[in-house]
Write a new protein. Structure first.
Length: 292
């Protein structure tokens, strides 16, 4: 089950507008969602675009926009939408979704150059394409980042983890001795005042999984002044290791390779912002305000 593509909202939008009533644009989005998509799982309906807008509303809004460009709906007054007479005549002839899409393609492709790679046939809105592009760049960056982490010096890897935890809002950290540390690679203050301490262990593995014995040794090395620990690896944890951490009297947080690069990407550790794109959309509040 997934959210409708923007072109799949065409018929629901036209159905809501079929009585020729003039509806406020925002009200249309709400009605379409409630009437046709309220059965979808909550987690789907709460999905957002990269800019934070609800994805279902974004898809319906793009559907409305394309229908307007295709001449099937119009905006009779500021902030409102209505079905066109043209569409009423076509609906009387049992207009199909394919026909609607062809009408919209006709608008966007005046030279009638239609390919299966057109924006309509791809079922992707411009927002979808932007989000997909960002997701691809993010995925590629995380893959390269994880590969790089697996190559760095083990001691440098420990320092990277401590820097990350500090960026995440934890207090100052202490690097332990490089030898005879008893399984503890660093001590982090849980808060800025150092009232609580967290022990950290970092294992830079290429393929080997962290085993139950690694977790047991880590717990054994934790002194009596803390019951909290973070175990980080560039690889993964085997099932027995997960069980040992879960059942321990201490609170042990496990961070595997994918989770690690997610956090580093989020808190800008080992990555940098290359370029910022500014995307502008219509400000409906501006046009709906009484002062305009």
């Amino acid at each position: 089950m997934e959210l409708p593509k923007f072109n799949e909202t065409f018929l629901p939008i036209l159905e809501v507008l079929s009585d020729r009533k003039i509806i406020k644009g925002r009200e249309l989005l709400k009605i379409v969602e409630e009437r046709f998509y309220s059965h979808l799982p909550k987690e789907l309906l709460e999905k957002t675009t990269k800019s934070g807008d609800r994805l279902i509303s974004n898809r319906i809004a793009w559907g409305k926009s394309y229908l307007k460009k295709g001449g099937l709906v119009h905006f009779p007054q500021r902030g409102y939408v209505q079905i066109t007479e043209k569409d009423r005549l076509e609906k009387a002839e049992n207009i199909s979704l394919k026909k609607i899409q062809e009408n919209v393609i006709d608008f966007y492709e005046p030279e009638k150059i239609k390919t299966t790679e057109s924006s309509i046939e791809s079922n992707a809105t411009p927002q979808d394409l932007i989000d997909t592009g960002f997701e691809q760049i993010e995925s590629d960056t995380k893959n390269v980042l994880l590969s790089k982490l697996k190559e760095v010096d083990p001691y440098a890897f420990e320092k990277i983890i401590l820097i990350l935890l500090n960026k995440m809002g934890y207090g100052e950290f202490i690097e332990t001795s490089k030898s005879g540390d008893g399984g503890i690679d660093g001590i982090i203050n849980e808060d800025q005042l150092g009232l609580e301490k967290i022990y950290m262990q970092a294992k830079r593995y290429n393929e080997n999984k962290v085993r139950e014995t690694d977790i047991r040794n880590f717990i054994g090395a934790m002194s009596g002044d803390t019951r909290k620990g973070i175990f980080v690896t560039t690889s993964t944890f085997d099932e027995k290791a997960k069980v040992k951490a879960r059942d321990a009297h201490h609170t042990i947080i496990l961070i595997n390779g994918p989770k690690l690069v997610d956090l580093m990407h989020k808190y800008n550790v080992g990555v940098q912002i290359k370029v910022v794109y500014e995307v502008k959309i219509l400000d409906n509040d501006f046009f709906d305000s009484e002062g305009v």
